[in-house]
Ligand binder design. Structure first.
Ligand SMILES: [Fe+2]
Length: 274
């Protein structure tokens, strides 16, 4: 079945659900919330292929949405496509899209964990410099970190694609130790998952494409119908995250073995390196 953004040039055989319709539905639901949220976080994989046309389509869908959005980039995105297609810059850049901003009394620090042509994430030394400098500002405000790839939980090389590289994870843990971080908000693995990571709430949102079946753990990844978004509230007592699941009958949409996943990643890297 062909899935699309309702635009012929963006037909996409790789999509397993109609993400355009889901995004429009979720945006409408958010608009109708009372009270309205003070901002929205889109934690990466904003597109499937990262091309400028897809980012232009996303920009068109966001027209008229008047709630601030914090944009993070994921492994399906490209920095060049984001800058040209979404920010309408004259030229692309491969510079990580790291940024921070105070919104409604919360210091939101966003890290670009995309690692070009790789599924898993990474942070390079300059990004740690950026993070450390940002952490030293707005010391009176609670801090939320947004990053597409969550820190790695285990050091199994077969599963490093699931999150931030082990090296970057270790460095991040050392940097955030002793810091008051209200939460880290991530995506990537298509599951709603909650972890207490070195004392920091680490929340992964399922996103708007498909759900990876948490009941399957082995050498394959099973995609099910299922999407969700989450409502976050930050009180003096800490972060609360309430998931808003959209209807799912757990219908299986596809299976990828880990061998296929790594082969696809290598083939893509070789294609761009050629
Ligand atoms: Fe991802």
């Amino acid at each position: 079945m062909r899935r699309s953004c309702r635009s012929p040039e963006l037909q996409d055989d790789k999509l397993r659900s109609d993400t355009t319709t889901t995004l429009r539905t979720v945006l409408a639901m958010i608009r109708e919330m009372t009270p309205r949220p003070s901002f929205v976080i889109a934690s990466g994989d904003l597109t499937n292929h990262g091309d400028a046309a897809s980012f232009r389509a996303l920009g068109a869908m966001m027209e008229g949405f008047d709630i601030p959005v914090v944009w993070a980039l994921g492994n399906h995105d490209t920095r060049e496509g984001f800058h040209v297609g979404f920010l309408q810059a004259a030229d692309g850049t491969d510079k990580p899209h790291d940024h921070d901003k105070v919104i409604d009394g919360i210091h939101v620090i966003t890290l670009d964990t995309s690692n070009p042509l790789r599924i898993g994430g990474n942070l390079v030394p300059a990004q740690f410099d950026f993070l450390e400098a940002a952490l030293d500002t707005h010391s009176d405000l609670p801090k939320i970190i947004v990053m597409h790839h969550a820190p790695a939980l285990d050091a199994d090389p077969a599963w490093e694609w699931e999150g931030l590289s082990f090296t970057a994870t270790e460095r991040l843990a050392a940097l955030l130790k002793e810091r008051a971080i209200a939460g880290i908000l991530s995506g990537h693995i298509h599951q709603d998952r909650f972890t207490h990571w070195h004392g920091i709430p680490l929340v992964v949102g399922m996103g708007l494409h498909a759900a990876l079946d948490p009941l399957h753990s082995g050498d394959s990844i099973h995609s099910l119908q299922g999407t969700s978004f989450s409502l976050c509230a930050l009180r003096e007592s800490g972060l609360t995250v309430t998931c808003v699941p959209l209807p799912s009958d757990r219908r299986e949409l596809g299976v990828v073995t880990l061998d296929q996943l790594h082969a696809n990643e290598s083939a893509r890297a070789a294609l761009f390196a050629a």
